[in-house]
Design a protein around this ligand. Structure first.
Ligand SMILES: NC(=O)c1ccc[n+]([C@@H]2O[C@H](COP(=O)([O-])OP(=O)(O)OC[C@H]3O[C@@H](n4cnc5c(N)ncnc54)[C@H](OP(=O)(O)O)[C@@H]3O)[C@@H](O)[C@H]2O)c1
Length: 265
């Protein structure tokens, strides 16, 4: 198993991406600590993990609240003996598809402020415990908008570019302490659209573009990938487990691309 004896905290662990990564981490032997705002969603993921023989605990947490995030990390470290992996998988609903001339400053800034705030707070809280042990992995999430140009995703694109830059620079801050920082960049995951905040985001964008969510996925996204398909949730979970493991021990300060080739280096 890739993650035996590792303690992993997943902020937004009841979400589509957080949930599938939590299941993958647990399957690979990690003890997972799921944090989020809705107990039922967290408990569903924890129940799946327990049913498969894994170990999961849940906590209600507002991952925008600095004090609450710090206390939560302290409690996990005290109880479990440390934090080895931290993934921020929060999803922030936001507006897409609004023409620039009609986009309010508040709608533009909302994802930028929210994603950069929560990633700062959770990485700082977890890394305080990783520095002492001389090892750890901090994972973040972005979207292809970090590297694409186009219409209707200015705020989320800037937010994703910010998270990628944050991850790259933070890797420099923490590398000498043995802590790796890697950003996962999946393309839109069709299975997640039905359940996650991206459904709401894409429905709004599709309406404004005069298409459907499936039309948006097919024409705007799938056709522009090299593989002519979008990633699956399972692929994102498997990739996260590998990147978090010691097998990826030489990987830091970079983006692990899961865009099916929509973005190439
Ligand atoms: N889904 C995709 O296709 C896709 C593709 C590429 C990248 N990503 C990225 O992956 C990340 C997660 O997306 P997702 O699709 O998994 O989203 P999701 O299913 O909507 O889940 C997001 C989770 O974040 C939690 N959350 C939101 N605000 C919170 C807060 N203040 N404190 C604690 N928890 C909070 C939510 O809990 P509550 O419901 O309780 O609020 C929810 O469980 C995002 O960064 C997204 O950009 C997603």
């Amino acid at each position: 198993m890739l993650l035996e004896d590792k303690n992993a905290v997943i902020y937004g662990g009841g979400g589509a991406v957080g949930g599938v990564v939590a299941r993958a981490f647990a399957r690979e032997g990690a003890r997972v600590f799921l944090a989020g705002r809705t107990l039922a969603k967290l408990e569903q993921v924890a129940a799946d993990i327990s049913a498969a023989g894994g170990a999961a605990e849940v906590a209600l947490l507002d991952a925008m609240d600095e004090r609450a995030v710090d206390l939560h990390a302290d409690a996990i470290a005290a109880e479990a003996g440390g934090i080895d992996i931290a993934l921020n998988a929060l999803g922030i609903a936001h507006v897409q598809g609004t023409p620039f001339a009609e986009l309010s400053f508040e709608d533009y800034m909302h994802p930028v402020l929210a994603y950069t705030r929560t990633n700062f707070l959770t990485a700082k809280a977890a890394s305080r415990h990783m520095v002492g042990q001389g090892s750890g992995v901090i994972l973040t999430l972005s979207t292809p908008g970090a590297r694409l140009s186009g219409q209707g995703f200015l705020g989320n694109g800037v937010a994703s570019a910010g998270v990628e830059a944050f991850s790259r620079i933070l890797a420099g801050e923490l590398g000498a302490s043995g802590i790796r920082v890697v950003c996962l960049r999946p393309h839109a995951i069709p299975e997640a659209v039905a359940t996650s905040h991206t459904g709401e985001v894409f429905r709004g964008k599709a309406e404004r573009d005069g298409t459907t969510v499936e039309g948006l996925l097919a024409e705007g996204m799938r056709s522009a990938t090299l593989l002519k398909r979008l990633p699956t949730l399972a692929e994102v979970g498997d990739a996260a487990a590998f990147v978090a493991s010691d097998r990826a021990g030489a990987t830091t300060g970079t983006v692990f691309d899961l865009t099916s080739g929509a973005i190439v280096d």
